[in-house]
Ligand binder design. Structure first.
Ligand code: UD1
Length: 420
C-alpha cells in the first residue's frame, strides 16, 4: 500500500490561505520542552507526521504530550528516561535534536543515528563535537550512540565548522542549562534559530545574539514553561507562492511576513510575478508567461533557502527562457528531476545543479515522491501541467504539509489523496 496524490492540472489558483507555524521551528521547540520544569503549550501547530514522531519521542521519554486541535500541550515528568528508540530516531532527521536536552536534563542519553530525507550524506559530527567540548563523553556500541555528562554540561567557547541549523540548535539546547557561559561562533542565522532562542528566553533562558553568527548563552539551572506560538512556515509560504507562479492566478498568504521568504519572492518577481508585501500578508499574482531567471544559488539564511529550490524549479518549468538552480547545501536536492522529465519538462541534472530549458509544454504523468520538498515540487509541477498526475509515496509530503490537498483545493486546485 502506498499513498497517492492525484492532481488534475491546468487550473489557476485563486483565493486566500493561512500559513501555519513552521515545522522547522515546532520540532526544535518540542525537543526543547524536555528542559522545561513546567507545562509548555505550543499554538498553531500543524498536524505533520514529523510532529507525531516528536510527540512519540517525548512519550518514550516519559513526558506527557497531547494535541488538542492545533495546540500541543506538554507536561514534564519528574524523572525522564534517557533512551530514544532506534525506530523513532530513524523516522526523521530532527530526532537528533532530542540528544542535547535529554543529556542536559538526565546526565546521559543513548540513541541511534537520525533518519530523514535522503539529500546526500547528513553527518552529525558538529553536534557531537560541540557536545564533547561542553564536557560530554561519547562512545558507540552496536550502532547506538551513548553520551554521558554525569556532572552536567559545562559552558564553552566553540566555533562551528559550518553554520549547520541543527547543530546550532543542539548547542543552544545544551548550553541553556549548562554551567557557565557558552559562546557559539559561526552559528546558523535561520529565523527558526531566533525563534528557538526566543522560546528559551520566555522560559527563563539567557541568550543573546541569536540570528547573528555569534550567540552567547549564560546557563541557568532550569527552565519554566510557557505558552508560545512559533513563527510562520516560510517553506509552506514558498510552496504556495511557487504553485501560484506555476499555475497562474492570484493568491494571498495570511499570517506570514514577506521578509521571512524574501529571496523566493524576489526570484518570482524577477520571473514576472506581481508581489504585494503587506504586514503579515503577502499576495502573489501571475497573469502572463514567466521568464527564465538565469542562475539561482541556494545558501544559508538570508540567502535562497535550499528547501525552496525544488519548489522554485517546479515553477520555472513553465518559464520562457533558461534557469539553473544550484544547491550548495545538499548534493541530492533534485531527486524530483526524474518526475519533471516524465511530465515533459526539459531539465538536466548535473551534480547539485538543475538546468531548466524553456519551451516545454508539461503534461500529467505517473511520478514518485522521493523526499519531502521534492514531493511538494512534483505537486506544484502537476498543478500547472495539463491532464492527470499521480504522485506515489506521497507520505513524504505529510512530513512537512499537514494537508496539501486541502491547502490547494481551497485555492481551486484539483487534488485527491488515496491509498493503493
Ligand atoms: C535543517 C532543516 C532543513 C533544511 C536545512 C538547511 C530542520 C528540522 N531541518 O536541517 O529543512 O534543509 O536545515 O537549511 O530544521 N552538516 C555536517 N555536519 C553536521 C551537521 C550538518 O556536515 O553535524 C552539513 C549537512 O550535511 C549539510 C549542511 O551541513 O550539508 C547543512 O545541514 P544543516 O544546516 O545541519 O541541516 P539540518 O539541521 O539537518
Amino acid at each position: 500500500m502506498t499513498e497517492i496524490l492525484e492532481i488534475w492540472g491546468g487550473h489557476p489558483l485563486c483565493g486566500t490561505v493561512k500559513i501555519p507555524s513552521a515545522k522547522n521551528s515546532v520540532l526544535p521547540l518540542l525537543a526543547a520542552s524536555v528542559l522545561c520544569q513546567e507545562k509548555v503549550c505550543l499554538e498553531k501547530v500543524p498536524d505533520l507526521s514529523d510532529v507525531q514522531v516528536s510527540l512519540a519521542l517525548l512519550r518514550e521519554l516519559g513526558v506527557s504530550a497531547r494535541q488538542s486541535g492545533d495546540r500541543v500541550l506538554i507536561t514534564p515528568g519528574r524523572q525522564l528516561k534517557s533512551s530514544l528508540s532506534t525506530e523513532m530516531m530513524h523516522k526523521m532527521r530532527a530526532s537528533v535534536l532530542f540528544l542535547a536536552p535529554v543529556l542536559s536534563r538526565m546526565g546521559s542519553v543513548d540513541a541511534s543515528l537520525p533518519g530523514g530525507c535522503k539529500l546526500g550524506a547528513r553527518p552529525i559530527d558538529i553536534h557531537l563535537d560541540g557536545l564533547e567540548k561542553m564536557g560530554a563523553s561519547i562512545h558507540w556500541h552496536e550502532e547506538r550512540l551513548y553520551l554521558r555528562a554525569p556532572h552536567g554540561l559545562q559552558g564553552a567557547e566553540y566555533t562551528l565548522r559550518c553554520p549547520s541549523v541543527g547543530a546550532t540548535e543542539t548547542l543552544l539546547l545544551a548550553a541553556v542549562c549548562a554551567r557557565g557561559t557558552t559562546i557559539l561562533h559561526g552559528a546558523a542565522r535561520e529565523p527558526e534559530i531566533t525563534d528557538l532562542a526566543k522560546f528559551l528566553g520566555v522560559c527563563g533562558g539567557r541568550i543573546t545574539g541569536a540570528g547573528t553568527e555569534t550567540i552567547r548563552v549564560e546557563g541557568v539551572p532550569s527552565l519554566f514553561g510557557a505558552t508560545y506560538t512559533p513563527i510562520a512556515d516560510r517553506i509552506v509560504a514558498a510552496t504556495v507562492a511557487c504553485a501560484c507562479a506555476a499555475a497562474g492566478g492570484c493568491v494571498t498568504m495570511q499570517d506570514v511576513r514577506a521578509e521571512l521568504f524574501a529571496p523566493v519572492l524576489d526570484v518570482l518577481e524577477k520571473a514576472g510575478c506581481n508581489i504585494r508585501r503587506e504586514e503579515e500578508r503577502v499576495t502573489i499574482e501571475r497573469r502572463d508567461l514567466l521568464h527564465g531567471v538565469g542562475l539561482v544559488e541556494t545558501g544559508t539564511y538570508p540567502e535562497f533557502p535550499t528547501d525552496a529550490a525544488p519548489l522554485l524549479a517546479a515553477a520555472l518549468l513553465q518559464a520562457n527562457g533558461e534557469s539553473c538552480i544550484q544547491d550548495t547545501i545538499f548534493p541530492k536536492r533534485f531527486a524530483c528531476a526524474e518526475g519533471f522529465g516524465a511530465m515533459g519538462a526539459r531539465v538536466r541534472l548535473q551534480d547539485a545543479a538543475l538546468y531548466i530549458n524553456s519551451g516545454a509544454i508539461t503534461h500529467g504523468a505517473m511520478t514518485c515522491a522521493q523526499d519531502l520538498r521534492g514531493g511538494a515540487a512534483l505537486a506544484i509541477a502537476a498543478l500547472a501541467a495539463t491532464g492527470k498526475t499521480e504522485i506515489r509515496d506521497a507520505f513524504y509530503i505529510k512530513r512537512g504539509y499537514a494537508d496539501l490537498k486541502s491547502l490547494f483545493r481551497q485555492l481551486g486546485g484539483k487534488m485527491r489523496m488515496f491509498k493503493k
